[in-house]
Design a protein. Structure first.
Lengths: 206, 206
DNA sequence: GTCTATAGTTGGATAGAC
DNA sequence: GTCTATCCAACTATAGAC
């Protein structure tokens, strides 16, 4: 937002603030967790006066929902870029590389979507917990499609194993505060993807 | 507590209450999450008057710590039982079976230790986050030892992969509310453990 | 559309009677 | 050791001036 006082049309500033709030919500909720984050925290991070937040988001849950849709957006953007690659195997390897490139964040705060899923599961109201499930489902489906294109048997199972491995290594890396776990496990997954044709079809943890 | 008013020695009732509080804390914190759980919730679940809780645990964090040590206890008990088995491979398979047998709880509330790790990571104070790391480390070490006894190369890596797979499948199963994910992924892990010897694993002295 | 002030509620923690 | 009453801080959400 370089032009913070422009006079395009009435909407201009509003949209800017809404976007800033969404981005801030996504970041702060990930770092501090949903329950520990106050509306004031998000307002501050977005550089928006506290009271004004409620003009854009009527409840805290709506902010959480907004953060979730940010995650969805990032996921779509990533898979969209990977879809440019001609080979499904390269697409999957690109996905793993993207995960590994986020190792420092993962080691410090965990996987943004995964930790959100854990937190929202405990949050009874609003069915937000099911919404996270949809985001994860979407990733699962994309991965499954790649395996299908590779002609693998049981692509659904393989997708669960790959995404599960990512969630698992993120959690361990976070709990032990060690980004190297992401690097090592990522390398293992890439190695496994490379050897796919030779393997039967079950991806052991190796 | 059938004998709730016995007169053994002053400690008798006190120990009972403390134990009840620990067990209740462990269960309720897992189901509702740390932040959403109030002292009153735990007191109610343990059937102890609210105000009395503070006699046993001075802060909420101490209750969380107590719950964590309950988890440690369960883990020790499990590995202790598995250590009775003569074959390391059977011990690992027994571990996976134990995980799968908890599928319904995992699908509803996630892995007790894993979700706790995620939550405590966001909880700045008290270094409780590092304490969860120790529990996970302990599991990792035990698994690593089994692989070592099997003569596998890089047992540390294999331990990370196995425990990571468990954390990942718990999270996915929870996010998608599907216990079958635990069953399927568990079967895959067992299959992989069974085929271990046939697999190549870095040629060299074993 | 923007912002301040504040209402209303919840929950951790303590004081102190029994 | 047990329990009640209560203090106090924090936070969501709203009312209403500008």
């Amino acid at each position: 937002m370089t032009d913070s006082k422009d006079s395009r049309h009435p909407r201009a500033k509003a949209v800017g603030k809404r976007q800033r709030l969404m981005a801030a919500a996504s970041r702060v909720l990930h770092e501090q967790g949903v329950e520990r984050t106050t509306i004031a925290d998000i307002a501050r991070a977005a550089d928006v006066p506290v009271g004004n937040v409620y003009y854009y988001f009527k409840t805290k849950d709506e902010l959480v929902e907004a953060a979730l849709s940010e995650h969805t957006g990032h996921l779509e953007a990533l898979t969209g870029r990977l879809d440019q690659l001609p080979d499904p195997r390269e697409r999957l390897k690109g996905l793993v590389e993207a995960w590994v490139s986020g190792r420092d964040t993962a080691a410090r705060y965990g996987c943004p979507t995964g930790t959100l899923a854990v937190e929202l599961d405990k949050r009874a109201e609003g069915g937000l917990d099911l919404a996270v499930g949809h985001v994860i489902r979407r990733l699962l489906d994309w991965v499954e499609e790649q395996y299908r294109q590779l002609g693998m048997a049981d692509p659904e199972e393989l997708a669960l194993a790959l995404v599960g491995a990512y969630q698992g290594m993120s959690l361990l890396s976070n709990a032990l505060r060690d980004p190297e776990i992401m690097t090592r496990e990522g390398a293992r997954l890439v190695r496994w993807l490379d050897g796919l044709t030779e393997q039967v079809n079950t991806p052991g943890p190796r």
